[in-house]
Write a protein that binds this ligand. Sequence first.
Ligand code: KG4
Ligand code: ZN
Length: 346
Amino acid sequence: MQQSPIIILGIESSCDDTSAAVIKDGKILANIIANQDVHEAYGGVVPELASRAHQQNIIPVVDEAIKQAGITKEEITAIAFTNGPGLMGSLLVGSSFSKAFALAMDIPLIEVNHMQGHILAHFIEEEFNETDPVINTGIPTFPFLCLTVSGGHTQIVKITDYFKMEVLGETIDDAAGEAFDKVAKMLGLPYPGGPFLDQKAQLGNPNKYTFTHPKVPGLNYSFSGLKTSVLYFLKRELKTNPNFIKENLNDICASVQKTIVDILLIELKKAIKETGINQIAIAGGVSANSELRKRLASFSAAYQIYIPKMEYCTDNAAMIAIAGHYKYLQKDFTEQSIAPSARMKI
Ligand code: KG4
Ligand code: ZN
């Protein structure tokens, strides 16, 4: 018999955010995220420092999530955790914690693929509260296409059921988030550069500079050429004007952002045409990008567009908990012997 309510504790520790979330019958009760600012000084994530920070954060973050959800740990039905892809040391902290928690509480253990979690974030339901109504962007029905864009991945995925996902195209080199971060670094913006570049871009002219698009077969992407062409462009301009970046920062950001979003949307539109699927979603950290959100929102009314709430775009445990919820319904549990996988595929 189905246990009711189903309360899932989700744990996410794949990169540099330690997060714990509680989901009850598919509805979010808490989603706590501890960001790690220890990496800022290095301009990128230092894996060993990330693992140590996860180790320090994990218990307080879980404690806070349980408190905010207004439940006791004895009420938790199952624990779901990110088993990959990600940084091995970081994954080990979340998986070891989750295994110990499952053993101690005698509840099922559920492994989740981080990228599937990003996509399934679209299924998180908000608890409706009359004094604080939350506008839900809606829940997709199957099949739908998802442009999954993060710091490590850029994929067009066809989703025919909760865990039936097919990658139709993906990047052959850098991810879109990496392109944002690398260009931001060249421009002297803080890490992680994507959100900072986005802020500056909103004040600039996106048509001031043009950068060439890659030529890649199929529905695949490439972003390493763009990074190199921005580098050479900056070097050339700085030779004649050492203040070029300072004087044109907003326009450079807007032009690079437009190019990345153009590249992303050209392949996505091809995928829509090839598959005939008109339900389109975006997921992953780069789905927080203002230009990408704006351009998708203005797609023709013939398409149903799903844009996640900001807090479910970048890494969070709510997406792991909702994936855990659907795996729980399928009784898809995992063994204590499971090992994290840094390069796990969808
Ligand atoms: O999904 P995510 O939080 O972590 C990974 O799984 O990689 O994605 C992080 C990536 C970073 O590259 C970050 O710069 C990018 O998402 N990002 C953005 C924005 N917010 C986050 N990129 C462009 N515009 C944004 N507003
Ligand atoms: Zn992610």
